[in-house]
Design a protein around this ligand. Structure first.
Ligand code: OSB
Ligand code: MG
Length: 368
């Protein structure tokens, strides 16, 4: 298969409601979309970098720069047998996993379309339906939080994840746990705590959470070892795991018991699959994280989540929770049982809505 051209677009998409974490408050997404032409097929990928480098070192603008200056020249005109050849072609560039994943995931969609297969089958997925949870941002008041949780439980979501930070932790979590003693509940700190907050984190053990996600620094594997050793609640790593090697280190050090896999953070489907397989071999469950993606990224997350060790509900939820109107047809919907039915059409299985995308586009570059 020959890599023929790339159309890179930036779209601006307003969230229905602002999303607040310990890192920042997002009201509008700036999303890059890659449309990669492989033979006669066009594959779509979404860049999951944030608008600022507060979650990881990349942002929308660094990704545009890295893709156009370095990554595209490494790919253009190349002949490949499979999308799994993309990662090695980009290896000279260190880091920049989100920029790489933008193109790599587009190549997987294209390959699946060339082969007339749903992407999830090409990836070796087996699940025809995936379990869904939601990530709920930090709220001003416990009443607001309670209303948000009730709404998601009423919709059928199987797991509730609460964002926490110092001062917005024990009280809201205890409140929700008391109201709903039996639900699957977890928390995500996005690196808001320090090693000497151990005592506070231990108090969360009382709420029998499924996990505490990324309590310490975004790159602090070592610190998480001591935290996990002294907590009953499983630690789940998100930010820390940006390579296969970091996953290996985390597992062998005992820094976590669960890993959240995000396509952008690890560099695309090939690396996600390697980490998935490594975790399976070591009996760690994984789940699919979210980055407030538009429909294209959401579709890739669904395909990835069909692999067998994605055994915990992910953060992949319905388009309508985020957007007035998504950029794909049909939109992603969730059943009253809290599941997404995996699409059967070739590639990502959802159609990018070009008309809608055009109206949201703020810049566009066609590269050959
Ligand atoms: O830590 O999982 C995270 C959103 C942006 C950046 C980091 C995270 C998140 C979420 C939202 O938790 C998940 C989603 O609903 O897409
Ligand atoms: Mg997280």
């Amino acid at each position: 298969m020959q890599i023929r051209s790339l159309t890179l677009r930036e779209i601006h998409l307003k969230l229905l409601t602002p999303f607040e974490t310990s890192m920042d408050r997002v009201t509008e997404r700036r999303i890059l979309l890659a449309e990669l032409n492989l033979d006669s097929a066009f594959g779509w990928g979404e860049c999951t970098a944030g608008e600022n480098p507060f979650y990881s070192p990349e942002d929308t603008q660094t990704c545009w720069h890295i893709i156009t200056t370095y990554l595209w020249p490494m790919l253009k005109g190349k002949s490949i047998d499979s999308a799994s050849d993309i990662w090695p072609l980009l290896e000279q560039v260190r880091g920049h996993t989100m920029a790489k994943a933008t193109l790599e995931t587009a190549a997987w969609d294209a390959e699946a379309k060339v082969k007339n297969l749903p992407l999830w089958k090409l990836l070796g997925g087996t699940r025809e339906e995936i379990p869904c949870g939601v990530s709920i941002g930090i709220k001003e008041t416990v009443e607001e939080l309670t209303a948000a949780v009730k709404k998601e439980l009423d919709s059928g979501y199987q797991r509730i994840k609460l964002k926490i930070k110092p001062g917005k932790d024990l009280v809201p979590v205890q409140h929700i746990r008391n109201l709903y003693p039996r639900i699957k509940l977890s928390v995500d700190a996005n690196s808001a705590y320090r090693a000497d907050d151990l005592h506070l984190l231990q108090q969360l053990d009382a709420f029998y959470l499924m996990m505490i996600e990324q309590p310490l620094g975004w790159d602090d594997l070592f610190g998480h070892v001591a935290i996990q050793k002294n907590l009953q609640t499983p630690v789940c790593l998100d930010e820390c795991i940006h390579t296969y090697e970091q996953a290996e280190a985390a597992i062998s050090l005992g820094a976590c018991k669960i890993i959240n896999v995000k396509l952008g953070r690890v560099g695309g489907h090939l690396q996600a699959k390697r980490i998935h397989d490594l975790c399976a071999k070591n009996s760690l469950p994984v789940w699919c994280g979210g980055m407030l993606e538009s429909g294209v990224g959401r579709a890739h997350n669904i395909a990835m989540s069909t692999q067998s060790n994605f055994s915990l509900p992910g953060d992949v939820s319905a388009s309508a929770r985020y957007w007035h109107q998504d950029i794909i047809t049909p939109e992603v919907t969730v059943s009253p049982e809290g599941t997404i039915t995996v699409p059967t059409a070739p590639g990502i299985g959802f159609l990018p809505n070009l008309k809608r995308i055009d109206t949201l586009t703020t810049r566009k570059l066609h590269l050959t």
